[in-house]
Design a protein. Structure first.
Length: 453
């Protein structure tokens, strides 16, 4: 593996790409500390301290702490991800969008253009909502206002600032994808999550020095962390390979096909989307309770009834309770199947195989092949959903049962490990393509030998 890192310096293009990626991520992190005009930073920090565990905490994690400071990058890359997911779901409803997905490179460029337009629209809506909400923050509990000079001038300034910030992040991500290494959008999310690791490590060492955490317990937790990361790597690489045989075709004087390959089906086809959806739904009651505040408790009529009902749901859905964990797991399993069904169409896969003369041995092309692929995908999705659920429930167990002072696991860990694996795979492909030894040592040598022959 050390040889693989040393070989990076021997490839000028790869070195330039990695340096460009690091520079763009540094620009992103600097922008996370540039505040939006007209905000009292101390009052805003106090507001977020009172509203831990709501949906604000989830968005703040993906923005790398920018939302808590309300920097120019406060919306982060979430509007772009939301727009991409919305267009992906609209594919099922509108045949015209589904047709664009099948048009190759030209269709994908059109989809990207629609995603950018949707991102700007979502930024305007969210920016206006945040600006209006900021004007009322801090006043519900008698605290000082967050906005220094409320009004439409502040709202327009906030909308323009946040929309421009997210558009710039979107451009950064596209530049990293084209001129850097790895997927730019994923690396920006990765940088935002990893930026919080130093503070968690410092806090853990301070607790060890004060004696609140025994060194032996910390060693055991470190072993558990390494094992969990290993399981995630194993499961993310896991796939069910279905053998596909292509019939031999004669076109003119040339013979095509006649080869055997495989159709890979990932165990975790849905990725990190299911836990994000599930977390958002579970955090809505706590978010509504925080906005209603004491007015609902002391008020009368429908507001008091709504406050009492939402408070009961919030108490039952508190992380660590059995009801919360059961509902969380059920939602993750549901969204794993839902998102897999939306993004992966066995009928289209079977039709494409039939079009190019491919078939699964023992099955007729067409409907029987689609049914077989759907049956296999349904079975492996269950194991993928259970694996994602276990990783997402792990942080609650560590915090509640073992008093771990940091949040280890969940969506953040899945994103970090997944993005790291994809980036390392791209770096290794650049190294091996130029006849150097990759990160996998002996495997890299075998690949190099095949290339040379």
């Amino acid at each position: 593996m050390l040889t693989g890192f040393q070989n990076i310096a021997k490839i000028p293009e790869l070195k330039r790409r990695i340096l460009f990626t690091l520079m763009m991520l540094a620009v992103y992190r600097v922008g996370c500390h540039i505040p939006t005009p007209g905000i009292d930073a101390d009052a805003l920090m106090a507001f977020f301290a009172r509203h831990r565990g709501t949906i604000f905490g989830l968005f703040d994690m993906f923005s790398g702490g920018a939302l808590e400071r309300l920097s120019v990058f406060a919306l982060g890359i979430m509007p772009y991800i939301s727009a991409a997911i919305i267009i992906e779901l609209l594919k099922v409803v509108f045949p015209a969008i589904e047709k664009l997905y099948k048009e190759g490179e030209a269709g994908h460029k059109k989809i990207k253009q629609y995603t950018r337009y949707g991102t700007v629209l979502l930024c305007i809506i969210q920016g206006l909502g945040i600006s209006i909400g900021l004007e009322g923050m801090g006043m519900e509990s008698g605290g000082r206002p967050v906005v220094l000079d409320p009004g439409w001038s502040f709202r327009l300034m906030t909308v323009l600032t946040l929309t421009a910030g997210t558009t710039f992040i979107m451009w950064l991500g596209e530049q990293i994808t084209e001129r850097g290494i790895g997927n730019g959008i994923s690396l920006i999310i990765f940088a935002g999550i990893v930026a919080r690791m130093p503070s968690a490590i410092i806090g853990t060492f301070s607790l060890m020095q004060t004696g609140e955490i025994a060194p032996m317990i910390m060693i055991i937790l470190l072993g558990v962390m390494i094992a969990v990361v290993g399981v995630i790597v194993f499961m993310e690489r896991g796939q069910r390979r279905i053998q596909v045989q292509y019939a031999r075709r004669v076109v003119g004087r040339r013979v095509y096909g006649g080869q055997s390959t495989h159709l890979p089906l990932k165990v975790n086809t849905a990725g990190v989307i299911p836990p994000i959806f599930a977390s958002s739904i579970l955090m809505f009651p706590a978010t509504i309770t925080s906005f209603i505040g004491t007015e609902g408790q002391t008020g009368s009529g429908w507001l008091s009834y709504l406050w009492s009902w939402v408070s009961w749901v919030t108490a039952a859905m508190t992380p660590g309770h059995v009801a919360h964990e059961l509902v969380y797991v059920a939602l993750i399993i549901f969204f794993c199947y839902f998102y897999t069904a939306v993004t992966y169409n066995p009928v289209d896969v079977a039709d494409n195989m039939k079009k190019y003369g491919g078939y699964i041995p023992g099955l007729r092309p067409g409907k029987r092949t689609a049914e077989f692929i759907d049956r296999v995908l349904t079975r492996i999705t269950l194991w993928g959903a259970l694996y994602v659920s276990a990783v997402c429930v792990l942080p609650t167990i560590l915090v509640q049962k073992f008093n771990v002072p940091f949040y280890f696991g969940g969506t953040a860990l899945l994103i970090v490990v997944g993005v790291a694996m994809d980036t390392v795979a791209q770096i290794e492909s650049h190294i091996v393509m130029r006849h150097y030894e990759g990160f996998e040592g002996i495997i890299g040598k075998k690949r190099m030998g095949r290339i040379r022959r």
